[in-house]
Design a protein. Structure first.
Length: 147
């Protein structure tokens, strides 16, 4: 009887142990991946400017045409010309995601496709690799700080 009580105590107490660090890190990676997926879906459904402003941290930095665009205000100004352009599409999918052991920073990378019509009305397609750095905000949401 004493042995079975001891076994029962071990089983019930082990069920209360916290998740392993690997399990927690996988959960964080999934959070970042879901933020990336939602970000891409918003860009496709509601427009590139709206998505980039929504998912940018206040101090986010974009690198476009070898120029740094620093902060949400500058990001908004950068996308002003695209606000009403229905001929511009941006799609992407993360192929890899990782997160710091502290769970406050992570990154993704993968392929993107940028489609637009040039001045002659011809469809142009640019493909490339993106790299996004994500930071957990005080409210727990993930926002990008580098793209």
């Amino acid at each position: 009887m004493r042995i079975s009580l001891y076994i029962l105590l071990i089983i019930t107490s082990s069920a209360c142990l916290p998740f392993s660090k690997n399990e927690v890190m996988e959960d964080w990676k999934n959070e970042i991946l879901l933020a990336e997926i939602d970000f891409a879906q918003m860009a496709a459904n509601e427009g590139i400017p709206k998505a980039f402003l929504y998912y940018a941290a206040e101090d986010a930095v974009l690198m476009r045409n070898n120029q740094l665009i620093i902060g949400k205000g500058a990001i908004k100004n950068n996308y002003t010309s695209l606000e009403k352009d229905e001929n511009v599409k941006l799609t992407w999918k993360a192929d890899y995601v990782d997160v710091s052991s502290s769970g406050d920073l992570g990154y993704t990378y993968g392929e993107y496709t940028y489609t637009y019509k040039d001045e002659a009305g011809n469809t142009q397609i640019e493909k490339g690799i993106f790299h996004t750095v994500w930071k957990r905000q005080k409210n727990g949401d993930w926002r990008f700080v580098w793209d």
